[in-house]
Design a protein around this ligand. Structure first.
Ligand code: 5AD
Ligand code: FES
Length: 351
């Protein structure tokens, strides 16, 4: 099959057959990636111009009741020094982020039972009150629908919950029995119905993943129509049973970013920290493959080294201001530019 023809078909029809998706993910033609990323960039620029949105990530707790087999902060890892930021510390991160030009804050954490609705609702309200022009994104795992509703009513705008893999058997191989594929999918549906802008996504190259699984992921994205998609390479963490597994590939991640851009032209697509960890220029390459979001860390430097989902994570020693400066320069080198905007999902493109 002709790879370039498939790129054109994907752009035109926003769809391919399973066999064609498989071909796109495995194609070895010399000029294929260049053409694919060019088309992905053209589509991204038609929708979002050259703007890159920043999301200020506040990693507010590394305490987690789950034991996902791939994750460095899973509860079974007794070597992690656990921490939980106070409400004051979280609000201070947001103030600092606001001053640095962020218009979205992402509260990300493990599934920490301390953070009940009673504690989170007033926190979200205060964030919203103090930064009314900012979007609030939560990334705090699986909760009950009522809880999601309360957080939405308190002012949270967006929610990130990666589906990790759309294949049930693969999901079950990556997680302990206590976690279920059905519940993860139910959470995603609930979030969407409640009215959140929802982000899902998968790791690329997670243990046991096949090309067929990735095609299922693409089909899932197509059916679910998320506002955001977070993908990054799997990276082993030394204190997990996957310590000796190979990391996911940067090239395949970039290819998937481009495919996702063509499949969902308006989607918000971050060039992730995991991508930047696997390749010093990974995030820049991600932007040039169709990504349009960067999520610098706003967490206090004292705790950054404790929020390690995988080994060798970048930016754990830098002040937020330093990361913003560094990222703005890196983005400028790609020909794109960091903007101070909420960067909401748009639905404007015509076919
Ligand atoms: N490598 C890459 N990504 C990981 N995540 C968790 N552990 C790892 C790892 N070892 C991702 C998961 C999770 C997100 C917050 O980070 O996809 O949803
Ligand atoms: Fe964090 Fe460059 S983005 S130091």
């Amino acid at each position: 099959m002709d790879g370039l023809y498939l790129v054109e078909k994907l752009e035109r029809e926003r769809d391919l057959t399973n066999a064609e998706f498989t071909e796109v993910l495995t194609c070895r033609e010399e000029v294929f990636d260049k053409y694919l990323s060019e088309r992905a960039r053209a589509v991204r620029e038609r929708v979002y111009g050259k703007d890159v949105y920043l999301r200020g990530l506040v990693e507010f707790t590394n305490i987690c009741k789950n034991n996902c087999k791939y994750c460095g902060i899973r509860c079974g890892n007794t070597k992690v020094e656990r921490y939980r930021l106070s409400e004051e510390e979280i609000l201070a991160c947001c103030d600092q982020g606001d001053a640095l030009g962020f218009r979205t804050f992402v509260l990300q954490g493990g599934e920490d039972p301390y953070f009940t609705d009673e504690r989170l609702v007033p926190l979200v309200r205060q964030m919203k009150e103090q930064h009314p022009d900012c979007a609030i994104t939560l990334s705090i795992g699986e909760r009950e629908r009522e809880s999601y509703q309360r957080l939405f009513d308190a002012g949270a705008d967006r929610y990130l919950l990666r589906h990790e893999t759309a294949n049930k058997a693969h999901y079950e191989s990556l997680h302990p029995r206590a976690m279920s594929y059905e519940h993860r999918m139910q959470c995603l549906r609930d979030l969407k119905e409640i009215g959140f802008q929802v982000g899902c996504g998968m790791m690329v190259g997670s243990p046991g993943q096949t090309t067929e699984h990735l095609v299922e992921d693409l089909r899932f994205l197509q059916a679910f129509q998320p506002e955001m998609v977070g993908i990054g390479p799997f990276i082993p963490h030394h204190e997990t049973e996957y310590a000796k597994e190979p990391a996911g590939s940067v090239e395949l991640t970039l290819r998937l970013l481009s495919v996702i851009r063509l499949l969902l032209p308006e989607v918000l697509l971050p060039a992730t920290t995991a991508l930047g960890t696997m390749d010093p220029l990974g995030r820049e390459k991600g932007l040039l493959a169709g990504a349009n979001v960067i999520m610098p860390n706003l967490s206090p430097t004292g705790v950054r080294g404790k929020y390690l989902l995988y080994d060798n994570k970048i930016c754990t020693g830098d002040e937020a201001a330093e990361c913003v400066r560094c990222m703005s320069l890196r983005v400028a080198k790609t020909g794109y530019k960091v903007v101070q905007a909420r960067g909401d999902h748009v639905r404007v493109t015509e076919r």
